[in-house]
Design a protein around this ligand. Structure first.
Ligand code: IMP
Length: 492
């Protein structure tokens, strides 16, 4: 009598996700101030084990800079040309922590109401005023906006702006800027070159405090991640463009939905031979895939620094719905962590997607992750690409899966999913609430993680990997959420 199919359905393998488990409290024999959340990826120690996802509504220049300043990493997406990628990584690498490169500007003849709208909706406290020849002619801060309706209706920027602009030259040091701001008692310092053109903006808020936990390379520049297709570019021009990009990137993230494929592995081996920087490969979801990649493939051992895991549990992901296949992030993490322990403990594990609450992060670490990657937490931040919209009185931003119809029509990410697949989207495009600056989101995530480690009795990430977990029954899952209240909803 055969039992092949019955065993297949009734087998012991449970695909557990974040809500299925809780971390069991442990003995804490240290002070809260001693908790350390440092984690290693290749040659870098990151002070924040958090990475922003390689998605076109999550990580471009601003997000990559801020993530690195806070001690984590931003991975710039690949839904664009190599030229655009080069432009973005160059800016991230050249960014100084206290200089804003992408300054909000306005014309002196614009209505003052426009300035008010920009300040309120884009969370900006000041605008640099630029004339028709693109030279700086004034500065307008929130304090300059008039209160009276009449002024607001009829006034123009030039009537209210400060014309005597206190500025600083390009290349000024942090100390020069601090002195200038103190002498002038100003909050903002446009950087203006000798011809009168705007080169950036320094704000008091960004100067003090500095970013002591920033992820920086040997030369003091911010660490930069970039997503790549595993396909090896055919033309010499494309290859030399990639080599140019390589100069500004520290870690490449091979970015496909399912990396456990012969063609992707072969393409990546060639990319690793062409480029100097380190590589994280993904995504995968099983022990067997990790075992194969670590022990049976010919990757350059020094450059192969990490595996990214999780399939089908992203908030915008419809892969599991459309194909019935999935390895949700918690499950994938535990699977791959075992293979890493067995075959090469130097490889770091990035748990990617599916995080809904700060408490999901520590769960991934207990399952063996070294880093977590999220798009969902960051898509609604000021620093993500795209504008703030309003829907039914709520401020929102667009967040879209790279497998959504909208993202795939660009053509650059069509090879992220099944090659040749044209009609089946594996992601959706929707809105997330606007949540303000990244700093607030990072503060919640960091605190959730650290408090979890204190409860679990784990002083660092390695100790957290040893924390015990328990499976929560469906009844227990209800009890661990907010319950029996009128209308309470929880979100970060
Ligand atoms: P989230 O933070 O839960 O929204 O998940 C983000 C992760 O989902 C990304 O880092 C990608 O690995 C993955 N992802 C991005 N776009 C798509 C998609 O369209 N379909 C499936 N997975 C996606």
């Amino acid at each position: 009598m055969t039992d092949y199919y019955r065993n297949k359905i009734h087998h012991d393998e449970i695909i557990a996700t974040f809500d299925d488990i809780l971390i069991v409290p442990g003995y804490t024999n240290f002070n809260p101030s001693e908790v350390a959340i440092k984690s290693k990826l290749g040659k870098y120690d990151f002070n924040l084990p958090i990475i922003s996802a390689a998605m076109d509504t999550v990580t471009e220049i601003e997000m990559a800079i801020k993530m690195a300043l806070f001690g984590g990493l931003g991975v710039i997406h690949r839904n664009c040309s190599y030229e655009k990628q080069l432009e973005m990584v160059r800016i991230v690498k050249r960014a100084r922590s206290f200089v804003i490169d992408d300054v909000a500007t306005i014309s002196p003849n614009d209505p003052i109401a426009k300035a008010k709208y920009m300040m309120e909706n884009y969370n900006i406290s000041g605008l640099v005023v630029i004339n028709d020849t693109k030279k700086v002619c004034g500065i307008l801060t929130k304090r300059d906006i008039p209160f009276t309706e009449d002024h607001l209706k009829k006034g123009t920027v030039k009537e209210f702006m400060t014309k005597q602009v206190i500025s600083i030259s390009p290349g000024a040091s942090r100390e020069d800027a601090l002195n200038r701001l103190f002498e002038s008692r100003k909050e903002k310092l446009p950087i203006i070159d000798e011809k009168g053109f705007l080169r950036g903006l320094i704000t008091k808020k960004d100067l003090a405090p500095e970013f002591p936990f920033a992820s920086i390379d040997e030369d003091g520049h911010l660490v930069c991640g970039l997503a790549l297709s595993p396909k090896f570019p055919e033309t010499i021009q494309a290859q030399s463009m990639l080599k140019e990009i390589d100069k500004y990137v520290d870690i490449f993230f091979i970015d496909v939905a399912d990396f456990y494929k012969k063609a992707d592995i072969e393409g990546t081996i060639k990319l690793m031979n062409l480029l100097e920087s380190e590589f994280v490969l993904g995504n995968i979801g099983t022990y067997e895939a990790a075992e194969h990649l670590i022990s049976k493939c010919d990757f350059n051992a020094e450059k192969f620094i990490g595996l990214k895991v999780g399939m089908g549990s992203g908030s915008i992901c419809t892969t599991s719905i459309q194909t019935g296949v999935g390895a949700p992030t918690l499950y994938a993490t535990a699977q791959v962590a075992d293979a890493i322990t067995d075959y090469n403990p130097k490889i770091s594990l990035v748990a990617d997607g599916g995080f809904k609450n700060p408490g999901d992060l520590p769960k991934a670490f207990t399952a063996g992750a070294d880093f977590i990657m999220s798009g969902h937490f960051f898509a609604g931040c000021t620093e993500s690409p795209g504008y703030i919209d309003t829907i039914q009185g709520r401020k929102v931003k667009v967040y879209r899966g790279m497998g959504s119809k909208e993202a795939r029509t660009s053509g650059y990410v069509s090879d992220r999913y099944t090659e040749g697949s044209k009609v089946l989207p594996e992601g959706v495009s929707d809105y997330v609430p606007f949540v303000g600056d990244l700093s607030g989101v990072i503060a919640s995530l960091r605190e959730g993680l650290m408090n979890s480690m204190i409860y679990a009795g784990a002083k660092n990430i390695q100790a957290m990997k040893k924390a015990k977990i328990g499976i929560v029954s469906p009844v227990g899952q209800r009890e661990t959420r907010i319950h029996d209240l009128i209308g309470a909803q929880w979100r970060i």
